[in-house]
Design a protein. Structure first.
Length: 191
């Protein structure tokens, strides 16, 4: 998987793809600790222990779903990041509307839904010292291609493929997201 059409200054320029990984979010924190370049992004075809909010599991057990995480180093007051998860959700919903004519909804604070079934989720984590955010790490999972769901989530989860029978190009989606999100974050915190 290659991100060849990025128009960003830093977000996603350093990107790593795994066919299978435990969690892109775990890996992004490892890379942050190893001093990887700002804006490093990790993508995976399959996550065996994907992370959702409140310690929940995010299931990515079929190929060609969207699963990626990235981090951005910063030095800004936490107030500048208020509502950032909703802004991320808006970017995701807008990409689906503008590029694929799919109308999804946001279920606050961090879910993307269709007909009250979850299609995607956003995990927002920070490393904070006092009021100052040193790092923002975002994980995004979207069921684009998932056809089978475990019994315990079958009635509450769905996918783009299941609902609309449309194939989503993962690389294009991630590129589009990075291009839009970088503008948003620069507007909030500067460069």
């Amino acid at each position: 998987m290659q991100l060849k059409n990025l128009k960003t200054e830093f977000l996603g320029k350093n990107n790593i793809y795994y066919k299978e990984i435990d969690s892109t979010q775990n890996e992004i924190w490892n890379l942050y600790e190893q001093n990887s370049p700002n804006g490093t992004l990790v993508m995976a075809d399959i996550q065996t222990s994907g992370r959702g909010t409140h310690g929940r599991i995010w299931h990515t057990d079929e190929p060609n779903n969207i699963a990626f995480s990235f981090f951005i180093r910063m030095d800004c007051n936490i107030k500048k990041l208020e509502g950032i998860t909703i802004e991320i959700a808006k970017i995701i919903v807008n990409i689906f509307r503008n590029k694929y004519e799919i109308n999804l909804k946001i279920k606050k604070p961090n879910d993307i839904v269709f007909n009250n079934k979850k299609i995607g989720g956003i995990l927002t984590q920070t490393k904070v010292t006092g009021e100052i955010v040193k790092c923002l790490a975002i994980g995004i999972g979207i069921n684009t291609n998932q056809e089978k769901f475990a019994k315990n989530i079958n009635k509450i989860a769905t996918s783009i493929k299941k609902e609309f029978n449309i194939d989503i190009n993962t690389e294009e989606f991630i590129e589009e997201f990075c291009n839009e999100f970088e503008k948003e974050i620069i507007e909030r915190i500067g460069k």
